[in-house]
Design a protein around this ligand. Structure first.
Ligand SMILES: CC(C)(COP(=O)(O)OP(=O)(O)OC[C@H]1O[C@@H](n2cnc3c(N)ncnc32)[C@H](O)[C@@H]1OP(=O)(O)O)[C@@H](O)C(=O)NCCC(=O)NCCS
Length: 441
């Protein structure tokens, strides 16, 4: 009975994650050393499961191991500098062969699982050139992606596979890093998640200097919030050529560019990808930006600024009039969204009897609307309400009905309001009541 209950709980958790990630974009880079392991077909099976759930998957298989094999087979020698292969023109046809061989292998496994994929030449690249006197020859950097074609491909529910080759405007092929490629794809497509599935696991604490407050388990760094990742990069500049350093660097850049989370996980452990996504406790290294990073409590000195942001909305009767004294009286209820010392928006949550609260006074400076600030402010308070164990949160609005509905609120009758609020409800204003009821835990 107990194990059945456990299964039900697992299914519930999985469904909540499925809803959260449906239609979102996951970019997955796979270490080339995993491709010939017996576990690799299982990894592809799990990737197909995610695809079948409606998650948009883009795959970037690494080819380093296969390239090494083919070059040694044809007795072609090469050198690496700073972890990068110097690609001489003689080697390039073999590198192309190896990259496409790996991509085809991935495509075949996808086909075995009834998933349709396409390998493409969607990457424009340019030569790295000469750095510190070293000529990187046909090794290249990602310059641009054919975003529209890639978007159409995922819209058609195909899985795009990116070989680690890019082409110049004149069609000259370059050998590019699959890590850098995966990062660029995730950045350009505003992916929800970027995965680096490695042969060696998450980021090893090893000899790195670890910022305070960072949790390390079995020598693997568990999580790095964006400021911690920045600190890590600063403190370990002397080993910037280490592959783990490079991954943190790319992850940091990806989060700055809007990717929500970057996961660096061990591909040798069966089911690791699913565990990382469908459990609260990830098992590799997760690097992420804190969605509440720019939000802080209101200070008294902010009141004139937020009144200034609110005033045009009060004039248009979108917001209920508020004075300096009103806001001051409820100052602890307010939070502001601030970037580089400038307030872009504000919001409040007022508590009521019966374990409920009201979201009120949300206003985003018109210069900064449609940048996700309003959503972040509401989510900040929703997280707070949930952590306080509140039963429900409601809002009264005349112009934000659809906006709050998109955030999961439902229309409700004014009778659901706390008695105290019902007394001040103004029927002539005719505000709609919307409510968000938290699931019982
Ligand atoms: C409504 C408001 C809080 C939204 O904040 P924001 O930071 O601009 O919004 P976000 O960036 O989080 O969300 C933008 C999305 O919501 C949509 N949106 C904005 N205002 C909307 C509204 N009133 N109704 C429905 N959708 C709306 C945008 O079109 C955009 O859609 P997209 O993501 O599909 O492009 C802000 O525009 C504002 O201050 N408005 C005036 C005050 C107000 O109406 N408050 C709500 C009533 S209390």
């Amino acid at each position: 009975m107990q194990s059945l209950q456990h299964q039900v709980e697992t299914i519930r958790t999985a469904f909540s994650y499925i809803n959260r990630f449906k239609e979102r974009i996951f970019v997955i880079q796979i270490d080339s050393a995993l491709i010939d392991t017996p576990i690799f077909p299982l990894l592809i099976k799990d990737i197909v499961l995610l695809h079948n759930m409606g998650i948009k998957i883009l795959l970037v298989p690494g080819a380093r191991v296969r390239i090494d094999e083919i070059l040694s087979q044809y007795n072609i020698t090469f050198t690496t500098v700073n972890n990068m292969r110097i690609t001489n023109p003689e080697a390039m046809p073999f590198i192309k062969m190896a990259s496409f061989d790996v991509s085809t292998k991935v495509m075949t496994l996808l086909a075995e699982n009834n998933a349709h994929a396409v390998i493409g030449n969607w990457v424009k690249a340019r030569s790295i050139g000469v750095i510190d006197g070293v000529d990187y020859m046909d090794s290249g950097l990602v310059e641009k992606l054919k975003i529209d074609i890639i978007q159409n491909t995922i819209k058609e529910r195909l899985i795009p596979i990116f070989p680690n080759i890019g082409w110049s405007a004149t069609g000259r092929p370059y050998n590019i890093s699959s890590h850098e490629l995966a990062f660029t794809i995730s950045k350009e497509l505003k992916a929800a998640k970027l995965f680096f599935i490695t042969y060696s696991g998450g980021i090893h604490a090893g000899e790195f200097k670890i910022p305070g407050g960072v949790y390390v388990e079995d020598n693997i760094i568990s999580q790095l919030k964006l400021p911690q990742a920045r600190e890590f990069l600063e403190a370990n500049k002397n080993v910037s050529k280490e592959i783990d350093y490079e991954l943190v660097l790319l992850a940091h850049k990806a989060c700055l560019a809007g990717v929500e989370r970057v996961h660096i996980i061990d591909g040798k452990i069966e089911g690791m990808l699913l565990k990382e996504i469908f459990s609260n406790r990830g098992l590799g290294t997760m690097i992420y930006s804190d969605p509440h990073e720019n939000i802080r409590p209101l200070k008294h000195a902010d009141i004139p600024t937020i009144l200034q942001i609110m005033q045009p909305l009060i004039d248009d009767k979108i917001l209920v009039p508020r004075t300096y004294t009103d806001i001051e009286a409820h100052a602890p209820d307010y939070a502001v969204y601030e970037v580089d010392g400038t307030i872009h928006g504000c919001c409040a949550m007022h508590h009521y009897a019966g374990n409920q609260a009201e979201i009120a006074g949300i206003a985003v400076d018109h210069v900064y609307t449609n940048l996700g600030i309003g959503k972040k402010l509401v989510r900040y308070f929703m997280d707070k309400a949930e952590s306080l164990g509140l039963r429900q949160v409601f809002v009264l609005t005349t112009q934000g009905i659809d906006w709050f509905s998109n955030l999961g609120f439902s229309r409700a009758d004014p009778s659901i309001l706390p008695v105290e609020k019902q007394k001040t409800y103004k029927p002539d204003r005719n505000s709609h009541v919307l409510v968000y009821v938290f699931k019982k835990r």
